[in-house]
Each structure stands twice: as structure tokens, then as C-alpha cells.
Design a protein around this ligand. Sequence first.
Ligand code: FAD
Length: 284
Amino acid sequence: MNTTDKTFSFELFPPKTEKGIANLRQTVTTLNHRNPAFFSVTYGAGGSTQSNTFATVDWISDQNIAVAPHLSCIGSTRDELIAILDRYAAQGIHRIVALRGDLPSGAGAGSMGDLNHANELVELIRETHGSTFHIEVAAYPEMHPQAASFTRDLDNFQRKAEAGADSAITQYFYNADAYFAFVDSCRTRAIEIPIVPGIMPITNFSNLVRFSDACGAEIPRWLRKRLEAYGDDTTSIAALGTEVVTALCARLLEGGAPGLHFYTMNQAGPTLTVWDNLGLSTPS
Ligand code: FAD
């Protein structure tokens, strides 16, 4: 498949243990042979997970590998957010995934912070750092779970684009039509930024159900039933998952998607299997 004009990227989460750190470093080293445009690193609202993000971003940046830290605004003051942006700018980081984020359950209303939505974070980044950063934002082809309606969610996505986002990465999905319909709706409104599909390889059924319930991603009934029927047979789950996700990626790329962003869950194997099945070349 000729993919010279497409952008491929890999998402990681910041590990907490020595074992997790060693695994992440091996994963980055392995996946970096595919010359991704960047690795992104997730960021959690509150406490120690933030310092784990900084440590992970620092290590990737020290390897001279392009890294895009996620930054969520919920729970932070403007000054705290600006300090983080200053830190990344000083490190020579040029890409940020700007998010509202979700507060950990149990956090009180007082911990909401100064900004309420991701469009305000995009505005803050542009206001304080001009064009230093390429700003990615989140998109939801199957609608954000808290949105009042698809149209209202699209209004809010448009606010992020108009505030200065350069491109978007979607929540994962297994229904290519939802992605194409979302992109069409954006283009109808003259939202022209690239919208890169987020791809979640399927390796573990119960984890997939848990994540999908939390983030509002739909597992089509036929797929859920087939995966469920395999019970503890993880080999068959992975085989079906690979087949389904490879076909999804092929359809997305052939239909004009501007690239793919893999939610690697810090594992190189499942993403590389899909990559190799697709016959993706490695950009130089
Ligand atoms: P927003 O764009 O602010 O939207 C949130 C909700 O508010 C939507 O329902 C929207 O319709 C509505 N809304 C938006 N703007 C307005 C407005 N101005 N007025 C009224 N309503 C509005 N979470 C993390 O905590 N850390 C991460 O690292 C992380 N990485 C992610 C990466 C990707 C690619 C994606 C798709 C999601 C990620 N998330 C992450 C999850 C994300 O933080 C949650 O989905 C969160 O609930 C919404 O974030 P958002 O940036 O899309 O918010």
C-alpha cells in the first residue's frame, strides 16, 4: 500500500513500575523502526500520573524521537498549564494533544480547574505559545458519551478547529462508516483539518468491553458475540481481532483516511501484526 502522504503514530501510557518502564522502552525501540511521525504519551488529571508522563516524555525526547505529550486541562489552573507548555517548548517539543480530560471518580467540583473544555485549552496554547506547537485534538465519530447530541458534539468539535487545532485523532471505533460519516459532516461545515482514525488492536475481550463502555466506543454486536464465544481462548480472540482490525485499517486508508494512530497499550506486537498485514511501507 502506498502511504507516503499518510501520518502514522503510536500512543503510549506512562508506566508506573520499573518493569513497565523497561517494557515501554523496548516497545518504543521496536516500533520506532517503522519511523512513525510521533509517539504520543497520555496524561491523567491529578497527582503522580502527571510526573510519570513527564518522565516518559523526557526519555523519548532524549532518544531524539518525536514525541507528542497529551495535556488535559481539567483540574489545572491556567498558570499550571502554561508552566507545562513552557517546559515542553524548552525541550524542543513541537506537538501537543490538547484535551479536556476526565477527572478521577470521586474528585470534587472544586478540583475542576480554570478551563472547562478543550477548545479553551487550544485557545490558551495559541495565546501563550503562538505556533510553537502543532495542536492535535480529540474527535468522536460515534459521539462523545457526555454530548447532548451528535450535532452539539460537532459544534464543539468545530470550536476546537476554529480555536486553532491543526489536526485531530479519533476515539477508537470498529465501524468505518461512522468515521466516514463524521468526516463528511465536518467537511460540510468547512472543517478541513486532517482527522486521523484512532485504532485499538483487539487482544483481550474483557478489557475491550471495559474501555469501550467507559469511552462510548461501540463494539458491533456480531463482533462482541464472536469474541465472547471464545471465552478464555486468547489465541482465537487475538486472531479474530487482528483480522477485523486489519480490514478496518485497510478500508479507512483506501477510503482516504490521512493516516492511523494506534492505541498500542504499550505493546508492540498487536500493532506490528496489523501493520505488517497491511503491507505498510516504512517511511524514511
Ligand atoms: P472536549 O472537546 O472539551 O469535549 C468534552 C465534552 O464537552 C463533549 O461532550 C463536548 O461535546 C462537550 N463540549 C466541548 N466543548 C464545549 C463547550 N465549549 N461548551 C459546551 N460543551 C462542550 N483523557 C485523559 O485524561 N488523558 C489523555 O491523555 C487522553 N488522551 C486521549 C486521546 C484521544 C485521541 C482521545 C480521543 C481521548 C483521550 N482522552 C484522554 C479522553 C478524553 O479526555 C475524554 O474523552 C474527555 O471526556 C473529553 O476530552 P475532549 O478533549 O474531547 O473534551
